[in-house]
Design a protein around this ligand. Structure first.
Ligand code: MSP
Length: 643
């Protein structure tokens, strides 16, 4: 069976925060669980890089949209690597293959007669990249979703015939109770559809950062169309290389935040219907995190930085907290205190103690060698039954994405094992040589319980599962090819040696930790947002010396045919005349540059641009709108080195 899970693709106008981390950790956990059960799994995440919002955010930072995107995407890559995220692919909407496929998809919608030209008159919310009718707006023309001001727009646009699919969509939702989850959200969407679906404006003409409408480049394809189809393009849809698409579409579950459910359960399925493709089996909307009761927002300065929080508390601890603290589907509240309580309670006390004391006793009484079990009594049989029952409810809850219930049932097993040790009192058995066999049985059962637990916790806390398995001396790699393995007990090989025993989850001193956090918060640390432009890699002088920048005199300049951006320049470099192709045509007329002395990067590897070999690069500043070439005084001879 194949399993395909997706996260939304994240906007790159902002660096990742706890909310983004939440969806991705949830998707990773379910993907790891499915792989553990032997299902062929594909897990997709990525970034949403086009649209007016990104264009404006980049301009504010004096970056091009692509520069901003590259910068923020770098942070996403780092974060997912740090958190052990096992996505099979990371899609960027600025990837060439994606852009080509978006156009092919748009064309298909057109060919199916579902796109027509018209004029849109209505209200647009740029932060939400959403269209609204006058009657949908809140007072003072505020966006009904985010409450920010909308702008009236009247522009030529292409429309998608969404209205045509209203009945089919309602029927689908009724016939497939799992299509929209949780249930309460499903009703919300049904009422939205019942109010009547209008055709959707799917192109914009007032900005340019996006994928162009095929054969009509004045129009940029609406960013939500561009974004939603990532779930198909990443699998190679519309290309010859579409084996993944054939294998994994339709998606098994698409995780989204509650704010973007409408896009995923109205726009998205109607587009799929038009394309003649099956709909995802399930779209699951999770809730939102607040921070100490308040909305997470930059202006309140309470945005939780996932790098910070995982540095301070540990990766698995944060992953566990996110999925244990709140029912998946409901809103939740983050606080450092709640995090500390979960870590100290569930992890350090319950699971941590169970591990340390079991392994401590095996070390003390059996020289660190797993004892063989003697005869099992009812007490042990009860544990075996409990492991099997836990596995059953764990699997059911995981399949329902009820992460906290799955963990609750696992922690019942943790509690039962702790109580089992308390009542068997191995330390008392150890005092009586005649009870050695019984002592072995008890400790065997406890360590076998840890073995079972190492499976259950693995999707949530992968590093800790590996640590636990190596401490109990079994193969750290988890290979399970069917779920019944999870139900088995008494599978611990006897005679094996324990690995090095160290606390899995160190206890946190609440007072000390809270003081440290307060201190960090009071420091004038750069705000998250600023991290985008200030995070520049430092280089040494040796790195700089690899770069040769010299003065060059432009002797001739012309536009490159069929290109809006490129100029072909003949530049005297003091030795001869070289050709440099430069992307500054939107900022300069060729004749304005002739005779100018400019700074050029001399030792850039030659590259072909529009079939012309370019040797070197003209240096220029880009202010978000235009280029400003670095111009040197005429008296500087061509070839002079710039240091
Ligand atoms: N780019 C669109 C999605 C396109 S999918 C085809 C987008 N991006 S986003 O970066 O703004 O949001 C991505 C996800 O983060 C959404 O699912 C959103 O619900 C989630 N979260 C943003 N803030 C959040 C919290 N405070 N809490 C939980 N999730 C939150 O929307």
């Amino acid at each position: 069976m194949s399993f395909y899970v997706t996260t939304p693709i994240y906007y790159v106008n902002d660096v990742p925060h706890l909310g983004h981390t939440y969806t991705t950790v949830a998707a990773d956990t379910i993907a790891r669980f499915k792989r553990m059960c032997g299902e062929e799994t594909f897990f997709l995440t990525g970034t949403d890089e086009h649209g007016q919002k990104i264009e404006q955010a980049a301009a504010k930072k004096k970056l091009t949209p692509k520069e901003l995107a590259d910068n923020v995407v770098g942070r996403y890559y780092k974060l997912w690597e740090k958190l052990g995220i096992t996505n099979n692919k990371f899609v960027r909407t600025t990837d060439e293959y994606h852009k080509t496929a978006v156009q092919a998809i748009f064309k298909k919608l057109q060919d199916n007669g579902d796109i027509y030209e018209g004029e849109y008159e209505g209200w647009y919310c740029t932060p939400c990249e959403a269209f609204w009718t006058e009657s949908q707006l809140r007072e003072d023309n505020l966006c009904p979703d985010c409450g920010r001001p909308t702008a009236k727009m009247k522009e030529p646009t292409y429309f998608f015939r969404m209205s045509k699919y209203q009945d089919a969509l309602l029927k689908h939702i009724e016939a497939h109770p799992d299509f929209i989850k949780p249930e309460s959200r499903r009703n919300e969407i049904i009422s939205f559809i019942n109010e009547g679906l209008r055709d959707l404006s799917v192109s914009r003409v007032t900005f340019s950062w996006g994928v162009k409408v095929p054969n009509d480049p004045k129009h940029v394809i609406y960013v939500w169309i561009d974004a939603l189809v990532n779930y198909l393009t990443a699998l190679g849809y519309t290309t010859d290389d579409d084996a993944l698409f054939k294998k994994f579409w339709p998606a098994t579950v698409q995780l989204v935040g509650k704010d973007i459910l409408r896009f995923h359960t109205v726009y998205w399925p109607t587009m799929l219907m038009s394309l003649g493709l099956p709909l995802p089996k399930s779209v699951f909307a999770h809730g939102w995190w607040t921070v100490e009761g308040q909305k997470m927002s930059k202006s309140l300065g309470n945005v939780v930085d996932p790098f910070y929080v995982t540095d301070k508390f540990g990766i698995d601890q944060v992953r566990y907290f996110l999925l244990r603290e709140v029912t998946f589907g409901l809103d939740g509240d983050f606080s450092y205190k709640a995090l500390i309580h979960r870590i100290n309670g569930d992890l350090a006390n319950d699971l941590g103690n169970l591990t340390t004391r079991t392994l401590g006793m095996i070390t003390r009484y059996f020289d660190g060698v797993i004892p063989a079990a003697g005869e099992f009594q009812d007490t042990e049989r009860a544990i075996h039954t409990l492991i099997a029952d836990t596995a059953k409810s764990y699997v059911n809850h995981m399949n329902d994405l009820a992460f906290n219930k799955a963990l609750l049932s696992v922690w019942e097993l943790v509690g039962a094992l702790n109580r089992y040790i308390d009542s068997m009192q191995p330390w008392a058995l150890a005092k009586d040589e005649a009870q050695k066999d019984r002592l072995g049985t008890v400790l065997y059962t406890a360590v076998d319980g840890l073995r079972a637990l190492s499976y259950f916790i693995a999707p949530f806390m992968p590093e800790s599962a590996v640590k636990l398995r190596s401490q109990i001396g079994i193969n750290a790699e988890i290979a399970v090819d069917n779920v019944s393995t999870l139900e088995q007990s008494a599978k611990m090989p006897a005679g094996g040696k324990l690995g090095e025993v160290v606390a899995l989850f160190p206890r946190i001193d609440e007072k000390e930790m809270m003081a440290a956090i307060m201190q960090d918060q009071s420091k004038d640390t750069p705000k998250l947002q600023e991290a985008v432009s200030t995070e520049v890699e430092q280089i040494g002088i040796a790195d700089f010396e690899k770069i040769r920048i010299i003065a060059g005199k432009i002797e001739a300049a012309e536009k490159v045919a069929k290109s809006e951006k490129l100029l072909r320049l003949s530049v005297n470099d003091g030795v001869g005349v070289r050709t440099i192709v430069s992307g500054i045509a939107k900022s300069y007329e060729p004749q304005d540059l002739v005779g100018k002395t400019v700074a050029i990067l001399e030792n850039l590897k030659p590259a072909k641009l529009m079939g012309i070999e370019s040797r070197g690069m003209i240096l220029a500043a880009f202010d978000g709108e235009r280029h400003h070439v670095v111009i040197l005084p005429d008296s500087v001879p061509a070839g002079t080195k710039i240091k």
